[in-house]
Ligand binder design. Structure first.
Ligand code: CA
Length: 238
C-alpha cells in the first residue's frame, strides 16, 4: 500500500465496532484518502478539533457522547460534510440526524462501494459550496432578516438605516449571519469573539445578544431573528 498523499482529504471515521471501522478505513485509504479514526464520541470530538478533517463518517450509536450530540456540536463549529451510519430500522434516527445537521446517511449493512461513493459526492458538494462562499465574500455584504452588514467598511444597516454596533456586537452578528440558520454553540461564539482563553463571565455573551436584539428586533422580548436554542446557543433566522 502506498503512503497517502499529504494533500489527500482527511476522513474522520467515528465508529466503535472495531472490525467495521477497520474495513471502512482500509477501503478509504485504498481510494487515496487519509484516515483518522475514533471509537467513542469524546475522542472523536478531540480528533475533529485537532485534525480538521474534510469529512466525517459518524456512527449514531456510540459510547460516551452520543452520535447525535456529537453531530450537533461539530455542526455548530463547522460546515464539514457529515455522513451518518444508521441502524436498519431506525427511521427516527435518520430524521433526527438530518435535523441536527448531518448531510447524508447510509443504512447498515452497507457496501463499501456505496459508502465510498457517498463520501466522494459529499466532498465534491462541499468543494463547490466553498467556492460559492468565497464569491459571496468578495461581493462584501452579509444579510439576513432586516440586517445588512458590510464587514469591509464595518457598516451595519437595519431596515436600510445605518445602525451603530460596538466591535464585539459587529463580530457576533457577522458570525450569526455568515452561518444563518445554523445553531452556533455558546462555546463557539465565546471563543470566536472573545478568544479561546476567555475566562470572564459567560453572561457577557447573553448581554451582547440582548443588545443586538434591542437594535434589530421589532420586539426584543419576542425575537424573530436571533433565536435562543435552550441550553446550547443561538441561531439567526431571516
Ligand atoms: Ca456503534
Amino acid at each position: 500500500m502506498t503512503e497517502p498523499d499529504r494533500a489527500a482529504p482527511t476522513v474522520l471515521i467515528v465508529e466503535d465496532e472495531g472490525p467495521l471501522a477497520e474495513s471502512i478505513s482500509y477501503n478509504l485509504v485504498r481510494e487515496g484518502y487519509r484516515v483518522v479514526a475514533a471509537g467513542d464520541g469524546e475522542l472523536a470530538l478531540d480528533r475533529f478539533r485537532a485534525e480538521r478533517p474534510s469529512i466525517v463518517i459518524l456512527d449514531l450509536m456510540l459510547p460516551k457522547l452520543s452520535g447525535l450530540d456529537l453531530c450537533r456540536t461539530i455542526r455548530a463549529e463547522s460546515q464539514v460534510p457529515i455522513v451518518m451510519l444508521t441502524a436498519k430500522d431506525s427511521e427516527a434516527d435518520k430524521v433526527a440526524g438530518l435535523e441536527v445537521g448531518a448531510d447524508d446517511y447510509v443504512t447498515k449493512p452497507f457496501s463499501m462501494r456505496e459508502l465510498v461513493s457517498r463520501v466522494r459526492a459529499q466532498l465534491r458538494r462541499a468543494e463547490m459550496a466553498t467556492a460559492g462562499s468565497v464569491r459571496r465574500e468578495r461581493d462584501g455584504t452579509l444579510s439576513g432578516g432586516p440586517v445588512a452588514l458590510d464587514p469591509g467598511r464595518h457598516e451595519a444597516f437595519v431596515g436600510g438605516v445605518p445602525t451603530s454596533l460596538t466591535p464585539k456586537e459587529f463580530e457576533l452578528l457577522e458570525l450569526l449571519l455568515s452561518r444563518k440558520g445554523r445553531l452556533l454553540t455558546r462555546q463557539f461564539l465565546i471563543e470566536e469573539v472573545w478568544g479561546p482563553h476567555y475566562v470572564g463571565d459567560t453572561k457577557t455573551l447573553d448581554v451582547h445578544i440582548k443588545r443586538l436584539r434591542q437594535k434589530l428586533e421589532q420586539n426584543p422580548h419576542d425575537p424573530r431573528h436571533i433565536l435562543t436554542v435552550r441550553g446550547l446557543g443561538y441561531k439567526f433566522l431571516d
